[in-house]
Each structure stands twice: as structure tokens, then as C-alpha cells.
Design a protein around this ligand. Structure first.
Ligand code: TYM
Length: 328
């Protein structure tokens, strides 16, 4: 079976941008691939954080991933810091990564601009990400669009290592490629940017129907629709129409399109239909999360099984790398 790897930071709750851009795809792909899904706590500590909160959020992330449908019998769900080979390979990769490649990463420049003092870990973040993926020799990485530049760098690192340490014509590390979905970029509720934990414009995967409605009701729509009787254009409504395309059946999306253009429905009517579609998808996820919260041993067992599968592969890769590089 071909192998995939992907990761998610436990720096906040799992939101529907993560779910639609990545996690929903992971649930489908675990059927066809040998799959490794990692909660990347070493990445999360590159931003300011509180230790107890990180521990709690790592746990909550595991619960949300399992509730979303990741099945520990079919894939490995594990926490990055329990597999020390991730940081070992990251150090090794630091020695073959040109500084200029790191300095031009857009995610680095954006995050660095928001911090008073920039730590080296933030700059080296994508090196650890390359180590995550290549440790499992994964050539396919299901992610949202914002991760594409990081994956380009993973390919540079794989090529650099292969050209220095693998025999001519026999590359060891594959060059990993992103596996995107049609919902590769979910807009935030403010309509200004992508949905993101750090921008506070999210809907949490486990939020109740009432909580979701409190956020949907004031969400921006087509600015041309001032009154209910004004005709609208769904293409100018990236937040609400975007979520309809992600959550509603195709027939409902067509109905939304027609009724928006003819002013048959007002924006509140349209949002009520969206809430129904979201509840149809998310109510079973909320119910599974409730079961897991009541039986924490299920989460422990899943994470233990995941780490065991991960270490078995990681160990073999590191042994090979050490041998080729002349490390003792
Ligand atoms: P993170 O934790 O920010 O996001 C996890 C996944 O969710 C996707 N995503 C989105 N997709 C569509 N629309 C959005 N608004 C949206 N917001 C987030 C992300 O693209 C991602 O797939 N650096 C990574 C974590 C990581 C990783 C890895 C990923 C560490 N090592 C190795 C893949 C492979 C990150 O911060 O994702």
C-alpha cells in the first residue's frame, strides 16, 4: 500500500477549515493508504504557549480526530513528541537546508511579523515538517492550500539529501507532493482571510448547533444584498456559499444559487439551510466526541497503538540515514 503522512498543530481546537481542508480527506484516504496522522506538538511550541494548555489541547485534538472518523485499526494517530526520531531527522536536515530557502517562506514572514522576538525554531519549522513526512518515506501529503510552500521545501530537502548521500540513480527519500481537495481553502467568518486559529475567525468542529448559529447569523454575505428583496450573487459570498458547497448536497447548492440570484430567499433563510446541512454532517461527530470524552482510555489506547506503528517505521529510516551519513 502506498504511504501518506499529514500533521495538525494542537495550538487550538480543530476547526471546520482543518476538517474540510484536510481531516475529512484523511478519513477517506485511510481506506486506501498506509496512513500516518500526527499531532505536531513540537511545531506548536514555536509560538507562545502554556504547558498545561498544550497538554489539554493535544488530548482534545486526538479526541476530535478520532471523532471525525480516523480509525486506529486502519491508520496511525500519534503525538509527534513521543517519536524522538522526528527531531533527530530535523537536526540532520538542518545541515543540508539553505538558510535562504527558510527566510523566504511566507508562513515564516507572516508569523515573525507578529512576534516581538523571533526564535530560531520558527525559522526552522518547515525543516521539522520535512522530517515528519520523510521519516515515513511518504510521497503524498493530504493538506490544505496553505501548506503547499512548505511541501516545496520538503522536496528540496529530499533532493539535497539524496544527491549527497544516496547512491547515484537510487534516491532514498521520495519527493512528497500535496494532495489537495476541492475545499483546499476555507474562508474565515470575517471573509477577510482563510479560517485560522490565530485569526479567531473559526467555527470549532465540536461547537453546538446554537454556537454555530450565533456565528453564522452575523457572517458576511454578498455586500450588494442590503434588503431581503435585493438579488444577490453567490460568487460574491465566499463565506456562506463556500460553506454550502462544502456541507450541502449538490441539489441544495443549486437551490441556494437560484434563490440568491432571484432574491427568493433572504440571507437568513439561506443561513438556516446551511445550519441544517452542517448539523447533518457534524452531529454524529459531536456524538462520537462525547463518547470518547466519557471513555478516555479509548483515546489513550489509540495514541499508544499509533506511536508503536510510527516508531517501527521511523526507526528503520533513521538507521539507514545514520549509516549513509557516517554517524556512529
Ligand atoms: P495546521 O495545524 O495549521 O492545519 C492542519 C491542516 O488543516 C489545513 N487547513 C485548512 N484547509 C483549508 N482551509 C483552511 N482555512 C485551513 N486551515 C487549515 C492545513 O492546510 C493543514 O493541512 N504545518 C502544518 C502542520 C504540519 C504538517 C506536517 C502538515 C506539521 N508537519 C507534515 C503536513 C505534513 C500546520 O500548521 O497545519
Amino acid at each position: 500500500m502506498p504511504r501518506i503522512f499529514s500533521g495538525i498543530q494542537p495550538s487550538g481546537e480543530l476547526h471546520i477549515g482543518n476538517y474540510l481542508g484536510a481531516v475529512q480527506n484523511w478519513v477517506a484516504l485511510q481506506e486506501q493508504y498506509e496512513s500516518f496522522f500526527c499531532i505536531v506538538d513540537y511545531h506548536a511550541i514555536t509560538a507562545p504557549y502554556a504547558p498545561d494548555e498544550l497538554r489539554r489541547r493535544t488530548r482534545e485534538m486526538a479526541t476530535s480526530l478520532l471523532a471525525s472518523g480516523l480509525d486506529p485499526a486502519k491508520c496511525a494517530v500519534f503525538v509527534q513528541s513521543r517519536v524522538p526520531e522526528h527531531t533527530e531527522l530535523a537536526w540532520i536536515f538542518n545541515t543540508i537546508t539553505p538558510l535562504g530557502e527558510l527566510e523566504r517562506q511566507v508562513a515564516f514572514k507572516e508569523k515573525a511579523a507578529r512576534q516581538a522576538q523571533v526564535m530560531a525554531g520558527l525559522l526552522n519549522y518547515p525543516v521539522l515538517q520535512a522530517a515528519d513526512i520523510l521519516l515515513y518515506l511518504a510521497d503524498s501529503v493530504p493538506v490544505g492550500e496553505d501548506q503547499v510552500q512548505h511541501l516545496e521545501l520538503s522536496r528540496v530537502i529530499a533532493r539535497n539529501w539524496n544527491s549527497r548521500f544516496a547512491p547515484e540513480g537510487e534516491p532514498y527519500f521520495p519527493e512528497p507532493h500535496p494532495k489537495l481537495t476541492p475545499t483546499r481553502r476555507i474562508a474565515g467568518l470575517d471573509g477577510q482571510a482563510k479560517m485560522s486559529k490565530s485569526l479567531g475567525n473559526t467555527i470549532g468542529l465540536l461547537e453546538s448547533s446554537d454556537e454555530i448559529w450565533a456565528k453564522l447569523r452575523p457572517a458576511v454575505t454578498d455586500p450588494a444584498r442590503v434588503r431581503k428583496t435585493d438579488a444577490g450573487n453567490p460568487d460574491n459570498c465566499p463565506v456562506v456559499f463556500g460553506l454550502h458547497k462544502a456541507f450541502s448536497p449538490a441539489a441544495t447548492v443549486t437551490e441556494v444559487d437560484t434563490n440568491c440570484r432571484s432574491a427568493g430567499w433572504g440571507c437568513v433563510d439561506c443561513k438556516k439551510v446551511l445550519l441544517e446541512s452542517m448539523n447533518a454532517e457534524l452531529a454524529p461527530v459531536r456524538a462520537r466526541a462525547q463518547v470518547l470524552a466519557e471513555q478516555p482510555s479509548l483515546v489513550d489506547a489509540a495514541l499508544d497503538a499509533g506511536v508503536e506503528k510510527a516508531r517501527a517505521v521511523a526507526h528503520g529510516t533513521i538507521e539507514h540515514v545514520r549509516d549513509r551519513m557516517g554517524l556512529a
